[in-house]
Design a protein around this ligand. Structure first.
Ligand code: PGA
Length: 266
């Protein structure tokens, strides 16, 4: 099953690094990667802050064989939405990836399952690759609600995906990549990673929900990344789980030598 799915290793810089630092970072990453064999079948993406998405940083990232993506994208093509980013404009400057529904957007900026699904729809119909984040909070896990929360978060996303796939002539995207990132909130930035078994268990549930709502073919094809305190030390164990197709890395993506190790782990 795993072989049919895209494998993706991604970094989320959040609100760290300025453009000058990003240029230095990619120079160092390129050097570190020179001595590490890279699997050509793996997509590598970094989501830096929006001011690091310009042509010079894109060029530096490309030399290090990394694509860049935006940490957010709006559901309208343009308009009076101060502080937001438009999908057509991102594509216009060469940015093909967007992160949607990250738990920090949900926690601090009022993102909901519904607004996240709307962002996904716009980005996907504009031709962008999307990494769509879901994950339960600690209180929800402790109350035994992990599966219910994941199912609830997935449902609006899968509704949009069904709409997109139902359009005549639409097949699972050849060029666009729409994937999920399971990021348990209690594991983000806490140093407390989900165990391999916990990650696999949640990913299996997510794939089952996709299967129940959209059928086997989509369930087998959708990549599900794990995120939450991924490090160079624990990434290989997570990546060997049958339903873990990649990793979304926050803190450990900020150091080029460590991130190079993660990039060469799959
Ligand atoms: P972390 O962040 O690796 O620092 O836990 C992951 C994320 O928020 O995507």
């Amino acid at each position: 099953m795993t072989q049919t799915r895209a494998r993706i290793l991604a970094g989320n810089w959040k609100m760290h690094l300025a453009p000058g630092e990003a240029l230095e970072y990619f120079g160092s990453l390129d050097k570190s990667l020179a001595s590490q064999p890279l699997n050509p079948g793996v997509r590598r993406v970094i989501f830096p802050p929006a001011y690091c998405l310009g042509a010079d940083v894109q060029r530096a990232a490309a030399s290090a064989k990394v694509e860049l993506g935006a940490q957010n994208v709006h559901w309208e093509e343009k308009g009076a939405f101060t502080g937001e980013l438009a999908a057509p404009a991102l594509l216009n400057i060469g940015i093909r990836w967007a992160l949607v529904g990250h738990s920090e957007r949900r926690q601090y900026f009022g993102e909901t399952d519904e607004t996240a699904a709307k962002r996904f729809k716009r980005a996907a119909t504009s031709g962008m690759n999307v990494m769509y984040c879901i994950g339960e909070r600690l209180t929800e896990r402790e109350a035994g609600q992990t599966y219910d929360v994941l199912t609830r978060q997935l449902t609006p996303f899968l509704g949009v995906l069904r709409e997109l796939l139902d359009k005549p002539g639409t097949q699972w995207p050849d060029t666009e990549l729409w994937c999920l990132a399971y990021e348990p909130v209690w594991a983000i930035g806490t140093g407390k990673t989900a165990t391999n078994v916990e990650a696999e268990d949640a990913h299996k549930h997510i794939r089952k929900v996709v299967w129940d709502q959209l059928g086997m073919q989509v369930a087998q094809k959708i990549s599900i990344l794990y995120g939450g305190s991924v490090t160079p030390e624990n990434v290989s164990g997570l990546m060997t789980q049958p339903n873990v197709d990649g990793a979304l890395v926050g803190g450990a993506s900020l150091k080029p030598d460590g991130f190079a190790k993660i990039l060469s782990s799959a």
